[in-house]
Design a protein around this ligand. Structure first.
Ligand code: OGA
Ligand code: NI
Length: 348
């Protein structure tokens, strides 16, 4: 088998020119995608909504800039993340994920694409979720259990940084939700109510990827999947690896790299929003290929509150376009999806 290697030059990256890639088993075109950029500082929300709508119909992926999260805070979160993963395995295992997946997830813990992967993802992670207030009505909900934290003597200031970053990521998601509501012809605050996003099921995950992926052998840093929730806000350390497939039914599948842009976040829609919008907005297939370098990322996965009923949005249905999916409680839907990703663990 002939192997040809191509380097993605800066010019090619910027022009988004197609790069031929005839390595491994598939003959496919590797392309660097250029995504719409939404300026969250733009006071004309309706203008942003037009852009966002197009992005959601086209690829379900876009960038946000002027989000108000300082580079310092983001860098600090990445530094702390690296320190955690550099700890001896024994120390990391002290905060092993609990039954709601909070805490440390070792390599190969999740398997996102069982059809194509021979093993779980080549990544380790650490999950921090939503806690709610102790005396609030949501304290005992299954997805609102307390977080677990590494020993502060081992990693001083770690928890404080992560909690701060978590709050900031949630704030940004809520401001994107306003533009999203307008893009769906809903009231600007449609999603920003106590019932919907007031006590969200929201996870921030620190990831550390390792190794070189080889699709021909079924080895992926992160297998092909679409996210479960409403939207995901992603920061990476800039190491290339994330790819999207805009049309999963076209064979052979065409994968495009999504480069990270300094100061910008990558946002993508999840299956729950696709379902909520009656299939109108797209939740796009994506994956991560490792290039041999270590890679760190911090996605923030937003889902609505536990009891929020996900049923076809009023503006996404008509006489000729009836709801395609039955109503489902958010927590029920999310539980099902989590279980599927970890199903392989029970067999080993
Ligand atoms: C995910 C994901 C991308 C990345 O965890 O769902 O798509 O770059 N992550 O880590
Ligand atoms: Ni994802």
């Amino acid at each position: 088998k002939k192997k040809r290697l191509y380097f993605l030059s800066k010019e090619r990256l910027e022009s988004g020119r197609e790069v031929e890639n005839k390595t491994e088993e598939e003959v496919s075109i590797i392309k660097v995608s250029s995504l719409t950029c939404i300026d969250l500082d733009n006071s004309d929300l309706h203008q942003s909504a037009v852009l966002l709508k197009q992005a959601c119909l086209d690829s379900g992926f876009f960038y946000v800039i002027n989000h108000g999260i300082s580079e310092e805070l983001k860098d600090e979160a990445f530094e702390h993340s690296k320190k955690f993963f550099a700890l001896p395995l024994e120390e990391k295992m002290k905060v092993l994920r609990n039954e709601k997946y909070r805490g440390y997830a070792p390599f190969h813990d999740s398997l996102l694409d069982p059809e194509n992967q021979v093993r779980g993802d080549y990544k380790e992670g650490f999950t921090i979720g939503f806690e709610g207030s102790k005396d609030g009505p949501h304290w005992d909900k299954p997805f609102h259990i307390p977080n677990i934290w590494p020993n502060p003597d081992v990693l001083p200031g770690w928890r404080e940084t992560m909690e701060k970053y978590y709050q900031e990521a949630l704030r940004v998601c809520k401001s994107i939700a306003k533009i999203m509501a307008l893009a769906l012809d809903l009231d600007v605050d449609y999603f920003n109510t106590p019932e919907m996003l007031g006590n969200p099921i929201a996870d921030m995950v620190l990831f550390h990827y390792e190794g070189k992926s080889d699709p021909s052998k079924g080895i992926y840093a992160c297998g092909a999947h679409s996210d479960f929730g409403m939207m995901s806000l992603l920061a990476t350390d800039g190491v290339m690896g994330l790819q999207i497939c805009k049309d999963k039914d076209v064979k052979p599948q065409k994968w495009e790299y999504i480069p990270s842009i300094k100061g910008a976040y990558i946002v993508n829609l999840g299956d729950l929003l696709e379902r909520w919008s009656n299939g109108y907005f797209k939740s796009t297939l994506h994956r991560v290929l490792g290039n041999g370098q270590d890679r760190y990322s911090i996605p923030f996965f937003l889902k609505p509150s536990h009891d929020c009923i996900i049923e076809c949005l009023p503006t996404c249905q008509s006489e000729n376009n009836l709801p395609k999916y039955p109503a489902i409680k958010c927590s029920t839907y999310i539980s099902q999806r989590y279980k599927a990703v970890h199903a392989h663990l029970k067999q080993t």
